[in-house]
Design a protein around this ligand. Structure first.
Ligand SMILES: [Zn+2]
Length: 289
């Protein structure tokens, strides 16, 4: 275990609403708090980052449900996020509003109220969240291919790597011939390293001390929900925990693989049965043609 102590973290969960292509916190509702690390390797609870990558990214409602339950991913804290436009937009709206108010001298109290009401209104683009689901899922899949020694597919690795370092107009077809299995494995590993390192920026150890007593204690500072989920994934990878996607095409579940059951490809017997029936039907259909 990398963190001997569960990271202390309080993450806000807002009552949300869908506003066009964004999810926004609704004003005037109480905000709940929880520790995301209560959803990591805890009996009876599904690990949070697995819940995240199991979200059907094409279904806006599912994304909305995740954010309503576990909070925003925390893009507004991420200074490297390219698409910060919606937040800048919100902030600009707020400062414009404030500027216009100053011209008509109202009470300070009213302005203060506005500051809390508008400036801290959380908002995230659904498309940004969708991209994060896709990226994290790709990482989990590639990590499984690396750890289990199974064949690595160049497409997703290429896609992941390009998120860090854009290739100039190079297509997969152009570079495919340059990769033998060993080179591909190396490429895959460095892509995973690069991306996870980036996602963990801002996570750092924190020295804590009690008011009373003369001892210090170590804990972690984790700035966003997204970085929290990546810290969970990081500790699982370092601890050689493996997750594989269920082979049933209609099932999004990821399940853990332990040492010997490398042949396990379904999350449940039910999924094994459903997929077998599906393949049987497809074979039969083909034979009839
Ligand atoms: Zn399944």
């Amino acid at each position: 275990m990398i963190y001997s102590q569960k990271p202390e973290m309080e993450w806000a969960v807002h009552v949300c609403e869908m506003v066009g292509d964004k999810i926004a916190a609704q004003k005037g509702f109480p905000v709940a708090h929880y520790n995301p690390f209560d959803y990591h390797n805890v009996e009876g609870r599904r690990t949070l980052y697995l819940q995240f990558i199991e979200v059907d990214e094409t279904d806006t409602n599912e994304i909305f449900k995740f954010v309503s339950k576990y909070g925003f991913l925390g893009f507004k804290h991420d200074t490297e996020k390219v698409s910060l436009e919606p937040y800048k937009e919100e902030r600009k709206k707020y400062s414009d509003h404030l500027a216009s108010l100053r011209r008509t001298p109202e009470s300070d109290g009213f302005i203060k109220e506005l500051v809390t009401a508008i400036s801290w209104r959380d908002v995230e683009l659904i498309e940004d969240i969708r991209q994060e689901i896709l990226e994290m899922r790709t990482i989990v899949n590639i990590v499984h291919e690396i750890q289990s020694g199974t064949e690595i597919s160049l497409g997703p690795v290429f896609d992941l790597y390009s998120r860090a370092i854009p290739f100039d107009s190079t297509s997969i077809e152009e570079i495919q011939h340059e990769f033998d299995d060993q080179a591909l494995r190396f490429f895959a590993k460095s892509a995973v390293e690069l991306r996870i390192d980036t996602k963990l920026k801002g996570v750092h150890p924190h020295l804590g001390s009690n008011k009373d007593g003369n001892r210090f204690s170590g804990t972690w500072r984790v700035p966003t929900l997204l970085s929290a989920m990546y810290l969970m994934l990081y500790t699982d990878i370092v601890g050689s925990k493996m997750f594989r996607k269920c082979r049933n095409v209609t099932c999004n579940m990821y399940f853990p693989i332990y040492g010997n059951d490398a042949r396990k490809v379904y999350c449940s017997n039910n999924c094994a049965r459903l997929q077998a029936q599906r393949e049987y039907r497809q074979r039969k259909k083909r034979d009839e043609i």
